[in-house]
Design a binder for this molecule. Sequence first.
Ligand SMILES: Cc1cc2nc3c(=O)[nH]c(=O)nc-3n(C[C@H](O)[C@H](O)[C@H](O)COP(=O)(O)OP(=O)(O)OC[C@H]3O[C@@H](n4cnc5c(N)ncnc54)[C@H](O)[C@@H]3O)c2cc1C
Length: 382
Amino acid sequence: MDFNLSPESKMMVKAAKDFCEKEIGPIIDEIIEKDDYPDDLLLSFAKARMLGLNIPKEYGGVGTTNLNTILITEELGKTGSVCAYPMLMNNSTAETIDYWGSEDVKKTFLPPLCDGSAYASTAFTEPGTGSDPRALTTTAVPDGDDFIVNGTKRYITGGNKKGYGVFYLKDEALKGEKGDVTAFIVDKSSEGYTSSAPWSLMGLEGMNCVDVFLNDVRVPGTNILGERGNGFKILLRWIAGERIQQAAYMVGLGQAALDESVKYLGERVVGGKPMGFMQGFQWMLAEMKGRIEACRYLTYRAACLQDEGNAIDVVSSELKVFVIPAIQEVARMALQIHGSYGYSKEYKVERLFRYAAHAGVVASSSEINKTIAGSALLKSRR
Ligand SMILES: Cc1cc2nc3c(=O)[nH]c(=O)nc-3n(C[C@H](O)[C@H](O)[C@H](O)COP(=O)(O)OP(=O)(O)OC[C@H]3O[C@@H](n4cnc5c(N)ncnc54)[C@H](O)[C@@H]3O)c2cc1C
């Protein structure tokens, strides 16, 4: 891995910084207040060429690398807003469709996900489970060339926004077989598709996590991704990429927490001097910086391995095991540096602290990732 970014990557980082400053900064307060983002958010991402990042140009994508995607995500993480997530959901769902879909499926679903006219979702979690494919209860029953879908999906990001979702469903015709989960693309404006109000979350205002109710929703058999019964494999491949993108978001968030802390320590006067003169705080800054840099380079490395075509299932779990607690600790230190003000919504670090908490339970939990990473080491001995 080359530690110097290519001229193309540098250009994309610069464009992402400008985008965050001009398009995201001014709307953050409104997103937080309304717990929602503007309908045209994805259109502005598309205009800035930040959608369809990994999708070939022939389907409307940008055709760039995973490394560039995570560099952009890092910039969005610095804003301390939810905005990275709708963008990432479109990019990663489109990538899954591109990887597993038939030519017809790609031609139908990729262009609207790349031009920002459709919001993507990925739906696995249900009221009964977010980790175990055997416990899924939402069913797809064959009916001629179509399938009839019934059940409830939980916590589905953007499940209430018009567009398409990849839904992981119990394929009833495969009942009793080892793999009985199939991945279907579901049009979120289908008859019988409804959603709840968004869950009220601790942070990430505007995430739009909803329950989705599927009541006799008809899905064409042509919307199946990959082989029937292969759904869990498709999900695991998607989620491994998500873990790297989430790590990039956390690196950006940590960097913002450090930047805010440096600023505060330079400005806040205690005992007649700026707080930054106190050695204890200098030590905290040093620890924060070290953690962020380590997380950053591990994240870049994981994206480079992905770009080189290596398997990322274990690497992305190891990444998550290291990055999430490291950056959560950075956010905690930033809050502490800010004293009482860190506990106030007037200060960005309060938000960063709350937002950092999501990462241990979203895109697979920390415990599941420890199991993946730890058991892989034991397997390698056999
Ligand atoms: C902000 C947000 C956005 C989300 N977006 C989506 C989305 O778009 N699509 C979607 O499908 N889901 C989404 N989710 C759901 C999320 O992916 C799940 O909540 C997550 O996978 C954990 O599932 P669970 O809560 O059902 O935990 P469970 O599976 O019930 O597990 C409960 C606890 O037990 C632990 N545990 C479970 N199994 C094991 C095991 N084998 N070994 C050790 N520990 C174990 C888990 O780590 C967890 O701590 C979102 C959640 C949030 C908070």
